[in-house]
Design a protein around this ligand. Structure first.
Ligand code: FAD
Ligand code: DLZ
Ligand code: SF4
Length: 509
């Protein structure tokens, strides 16, 4: 029996379940298709990364003697969807008598894949994506009967399950979590070692030209594309991170600095999420570095927590709660996304920096995503649909399984507290503590109602005030609400008036 093995653009792993079953009689399909390239207006770097990585991956498979049917975006403009691509391949190879695919990362496309058996009248085998450590039945079993699905408890289970940073049943160092040691502000003069960059080779250069031709209006420019597009280079980039940045990653995980888009972060999500890196390999490298005394425990634990904790947890939540999850809008946030999310032209220095980094690199780090662009969207009540589409479009690592819980759940609290125990809402004071942005901003972070007041401040109180019904009973918000209620009526009125004026003129901020 010879089958069609379909590999999606984020499944570029040699050990992928579907590829482990491949024989030389099979045909492997990789297709650059219009629908996947345009279901949101992806950043140019994201499309370049995926198309170039797909082309490089296809070359490796061919070198291994496997038959590959590769459909290029330019040559097959009539092929719009993955279903069209499968139909085309089956016509080209009429003796194939089955289709195999690894479970896909997005509900939307998985629905399309589920229809193939009927549509093509061929047996369809959908394999579990075991590149993740926690499969969906394991996550469902963990979640079953739990009142609250808190990441911390899932993470402890994953530590026990993987044995990472464990001494028998006890966590290394005696504590599960060194989060409290991950929150230092970063001195502006601390030496920065940039991440590894990769000059585009001929294949990438061709893809850059293609993307500039077909997606000219998408965010970003192909000119400064310098990411890895092969597993080998992605592993080099990661090992560079482990040596150079990881030792201080733990300390400055939440810090932000003017004109420093990467600080001590790994940038590995874009590689990991499309299959160029393997999560188990990465965790083992980090554990080894700790065991060799090259990185401290707060860094090793902090990093491993992101991978086997947060990353596996959001994926579990996504598949547990979709498709209903995507419809949630617990705080009824509906305001239109201001245009500065796309062009970055705003006087708010923190927003300008986060969006500018995004435009230049299809990247910004977690705290910029959560506490700048996300926090602003939460405070201003921006449309959940528009904000989630924005995040899905603009980051090179964005796929709905990871983007949606992070945006809708973590940043916007639109799931009513499934993911987060309280909204990540903060005034300018937090941003001032964690960055040097406010010193370089026209707004005054200490002011709330004055003409030059930081917009985050009045919006913060307005957020609490307008969502009292849903949030006031939350014990973790008792102090902020008490502070709000302590204010005089005239103070409150002035703050709410300032917030209303700010919301009226979001585009001018
Ligand atoms: P590092 O800081 O070096 O962290 C190491 C790794 O841990 C990351 O590469 C990532 O794989 C993993 N990780 C850390 N935090 C998370 C998290 N909350 N969820 C899942 N994995 C995590 N991450 C994505 O991969 N794709 C997204 O589309 C995405 N959208 C986000 C949207 C919002 C609103 C927020 C708040 C976070 C989002 N994240 C997303 C999570 C996180 O911000 C990114 O994984 C991280 O910034 C990627 O940069 P890095 O590789 O340098 O990460
Ligand atoms: C993101 C993306 C893009 C831009 N283009 C393609 C493509 O042309 N072909 C493909 O197979 N996959 C692409 N992808 C990744 C898919 O959108 C991804 O597999 C699904 O969203 C599931 O996560
Ligand atoms: Fe952002 Fe306000 Fe600080 Fe300006 S003052 S950088 S708007 S937090």
């Amino acid at each position: 029996m010879a089958k069609l093995i379909v590999i999606l653009g984020d499944q570029l792993s040699p050990a992928l379940a579907a590829l482990r079953q491949a024989s030389t009689d099979d045909v492997i399909l990789l297709a650059e298709v219009g629908r996947e390239a345009s279901y949101v207006a992806h950043h140019k770097h994201k499309i370049i990364l995926i198309f170039s990585a797909m082309r490089h991956f296809s070359a490796v498979l061919q070198q291994q003697g496997l038959q590959v049917c590769y459909l290029r975006f330019t040559e097959h403009s009539g092929i719009e969807t993955m279903t069209d691509a499968v139909s085309y391949a089956l016509q080209q190879y009429p003796t194939l008598d089955g289709i195999t695919v690894t479970h896909c990362g997005e509900f939307r496309l998985q629905q399309e894949i589920n229809s193939w058996q009927q549509q093509f009248s061929l047996p369809l085998s959908i394999l579990d994506d075991d590149r993740f450590i926690c499969d969906t039945p394991r996550f469902a079993a963990w979640a079953k009967d739990k009142k609250q699905l808190r990441m911390e408890y899932f993470y402890r289970d994953m530590r026990r399950y993987t044995g990472l940073l464990m001494q028998g049943d006890t966590p290394e160092g005696g504590k599960w979590n060194y989060d409290a040691e991950n929150r230092k502000a970063c001195p502006a003069d601390l030496a920065q070692i940039p991440p590894l960059q990769f000059a585009p080779d001929a294949i990438t250069a061709e893809v850059i030209t293609l993307v500039e031709q077909y997606f000219p209006d998408n965010m970003g420019s192909g000119d400064n594309f310098c990411y890895a597009v092969t597993g080998k280079d992605a592993r080099r980039a990661f090992l560079h991170f482990v040596q150079q940045q990881l030792p201080v990653f733990g300390d400055y995980q939440d810090a932000m600095l003017l004109n420093q888009p990467f600080l001590f972060h790994s940038l590995c999500s874009m590689y990991l999420n499309c299959g160029l890196l393997d999560v188990r390999w990465m965790c083992n490298k980090v554990q080894q570095a700790y065991q060799q005394g090259l990185v401290p425990l707060n860094a090793a634990e902090g990093f491993i927590r992101q991978l086997i904790g947060w990353r596996e947890y959001v994926r579990g939540l996504y598949w547990l709660l979709m498709p209903d999850y995507k419809q949630r809008n617990g705080l009824q946030a509906k305001r239109a996304l201001p245009r500065f999310y796309w062009h970055g032209k705003t006087q708010m220095r923190c927003m300008q920096q986060a969006v500018q980094h995004t435009i230049e690199h299809a990247y910004s780090h977690h705290i910029q995503r959560l506490m700048i662009t996300g926090n602003f969207a939460l405070l201003a009540g921006l449309s959940v649909e528009q904000v989630t589409d924005w995040y899905l479009a603009v980051y090179a690592d964005a796929y709905e399984w990871v983007e949606l819980p992070n945006t809708l759940g973590m940043a916007l609290f639109a799931d009513g507290g499934v993911l987060a125990s309280k909204p990540y809402a903060a005034s300018g004071a937090y941003i001032n503590r964690m960055s040097n942005y406010c010193k370089n901003c026209v707004y005054n972070v200490k002011h709330t109602t004055e003409a030059d007041a930081c917009p985050f401040n009045a919006l913060y109180w307005d957020f609490l005030n307008r969502n009292q019904q849903q949030l006031a009973a939350n014990p973790r918000l008792a102090l902020p609400f008490a502070n709000w209620h302590k204010r005089s009526d005239s103070d409150k009125a002035a703050i709410l008036a300032k917030a209303a004026a700010t919301l009226q003129q979001l585009e001018q901020l």
